[in-house]
Write a protein that binds this ligand. Structure first.
Ligand code: NAD
Ligand code: TYD
Length: 341
C-alpha cells in the first residue's frame, strides 16, 4: 500500500475513536490526523492508546471554520495521498428535538466547509459517514435499500440528509470523489452514555431506573461498531466514487428486548424498567438491506449479537473509571492537561 494519510473528523467520538484505534492496529504505516472540536461527545481518553504515536496527530478544531480545516490539512502535508473520513456530527436525536440549530451548523455547514477545502486540496477520497435514519421509518415489513426515498423525521436525520445531498452534489457538479455510507445503530466500547445501550448499562449497574420510551416496541438493526469500521474501511479502499453504501447488521430487535437482554447479562431485575413518555416523531422501525456492500465489496458483519453484546456489557463494567469520568464530566479536563490551552 502506498503512503497514505487519513484526515478523520470527529475522531474523539464513539465511532471515530473506534475507527482510529482499528486503523492504527491494521495499518500502522498510515498517518492519521484527527480533527475534532471536542464537544460534549468528544473524549480524548478514548484514544490514549495512539497518543504519542508518530503517525497520529490531534488537531483541536471545528469543521465549520475554514481556518481550522486548513490547519488539519497542513498537518497532513508530506504524508502521501490524503483521504477524508468524515464522522464529525451532532449525533443524538433527543438533543436535536430540544434544539436543531447545532445540528444544522455542524452537520450541514460543517460538511460543506469540509467539502470545499477537500476539493481545493485535491483529496484522493472523501467518505461521508451517514445514517439509515435519512430514510425515515419503516412499517412492520420491508428494508431500506440505497434507492429508498429520503424521508427524515427528526432534526438530526434531516441535517444528515442535507449533508448527504451536499456530498452527492459535490460529486455530480465537480466530479468530487465523495462516497456515502448509511449505517444502522451501532453499539460497542466508547459510546457516550446518552445512547440506549451504554445508558442502560450505566443505569442498571447503579440500580437506577431504565427509561423506555413509549411502548418500547420500536425496532432498530444493531451492528457492532468494529464491523461498521471495517465496512467504512472497505468503502474507502474499494468503493466507487459517487456511490451510496448501506451498512447493517441484519439484527433487528425491539428496544424492550434489548433492555431485557442487557439486564439479564448484568443479573439485574426487570423492575428497573420504567416506561416514560414517547420521543416526539419517534421512528418505529429501521432495517437495512446491506446486499450492495456485501455483493460489490465483500463486506459482512463478523460479530454476532449473541457474542458482541455480552462483550460490550463486560467492556463497560471493566471500564468503570472511564464511565465514571464521562458521567461526572471529568473527561473534559483531559485535553487541557495533555495539550495545554
Ligand atoms: P458522537 O456524537 O459520539 O461523536 C461525534 C464527534 O464529532 C465528537 O468527537 C465531537 O466532538 C465531534 N464534533 C462534533 N461537532 C464537531 C465540529 N463542529 N467540528 C469538529 N468535530 C466535531 O457520534 P458517533 O456516534 O461516533 O457518530 C459518528 C458519525 O456516524 C456521525 O456522523 C453519525 O451521524 C454517524 N452514525 C452514527 C451511528 C450510531 O449508531 N452512533 C449510526 C450511523 C451513523
Ligand atoms: P438512541 O440510542 O438514542 O439511537 P437512535 O435514536 O438514533 O436510534 O435510541 C435507540 C432507541 O432506544 C430509540 O428507539 C430510542 C430508544 N431509547 C429509549 O427507549 N430510552 C432511552 O433512554 C434512550 C436514550 C433511547
Amino acid at each position: 500500500m502506498s503512503e497514505r494519510t487519513l484526515l478523520v473528523t470527529g475522531g474523539a467520538g464513539f465511532i471515530g475513536s473506534n475507527f482510529i484505534l482499528q486503523i492504527a492496529e491494521q495499518h500502522p504505516d498510515w498517518r492519521i490526523v484527527n480533527l475534532d472540536s471536542l464537544t460534549y461527545a468528544g473524549n480524548l481518553e478514548n484514544l490514549t492508546q495512539v497518543e504519542g504515536s508518530p503517525n497520529y496527530t490531534f488537531v483541536h478544531g471545528d469543521i465549520c471554520k475554514e481556518e481550522d480545516v486548513e490547519r488539519a490539512f497542513e498537518s497532513c502535508a508530506g504524508g502521501g495521498d490524503v483521504a477524508v473520513v468524515h464522522f464529525a456530527a451532532e449525533s443524538h436525536v433527543d438533543r436535536s428535538i430540544l434544539s436543531g440549530m447545532p445540528f444544522v451548523e455542524t452537520n450541514v455547514k460543517g460538511t460543506q466547509v469540509l467539502l470545499d477545502s477537500s476539493r481545493a486540496k485535491g483529496v484522493e477520497r472523501f467518505v461521508h459517514v451517514s445514517t439509515d435514519e435519512v430514510y425515515g421509518s419503516l412499517g412492520a415489513t420491508g428494508l431500506f435499500h440505497e434507492g429508498t426515498p429520503l424521508a427524515p423525521n427528526s432534526p438530526y436525520s434531516a441535517s444528515k440528509t442535507a449533508s448527504d445531498l451536499l456530498v452527492r452534489a459535490a460529486h455530480k457538479t465537480h466530479g468530487f470523489p465523495g462516497l456515502i455510507t448509511r449505517c444502522s445503530n451501532n453499539y460497542g466500547p466508547y459510546q457516550f452514555p446518552e445512547k440506549l445501550i451504554p445508558l442502560l448499562i450505566a443505569n442498571a449497574s447503579e440500580d437506577k431506573a431504565i427509561p423506555v420510551y413509549g411502548d418500547g416496541m420500536q425496532v432498530r438493526d444493531w451492528l457492532y461498531v468494529r464491523d461498521h469500521c471495517e465496512a467504512i474501511l472497505r468503502v474507502l479502499t474499494d468503493g466507487k466514487d459517487g456511490e451510496v453504501y448501506n451498512i447493517g447488521g441484519n439484527n433487528e430487535y425491539p428496544n424492550i428486548e434489548i433492555v431485557k437482554m442487557v439486564l439479564s447479562i448484568l443479573g439485574k431485575p426487570e423492575s428497573l424498567i420504567t416506561y416514560v413518555k414517547d420521543r416526539p416523531g419517534h421512528d418505529r422501525r429501521y432495517a437495512i438491506d446491506a446486499s450492495k456492500i456485501r455483493d460489490q465489496l465483500g463486506w459482512e458483519p463478523r460479530h454476532s449479537f449473541e457474542q458482541a453484546l455480552p462483550l460490550t456489557v463486560r467492556w463497560y463494567q471493566s471500564q468503570d473509571v472511564w464511565l465514571q469520568r464521562v458521567r461526572s464530566g471529568e473527561y473534559r479536563d483531559y485535553y487541557q492537561r495533555q495539550y495545554g490551552s
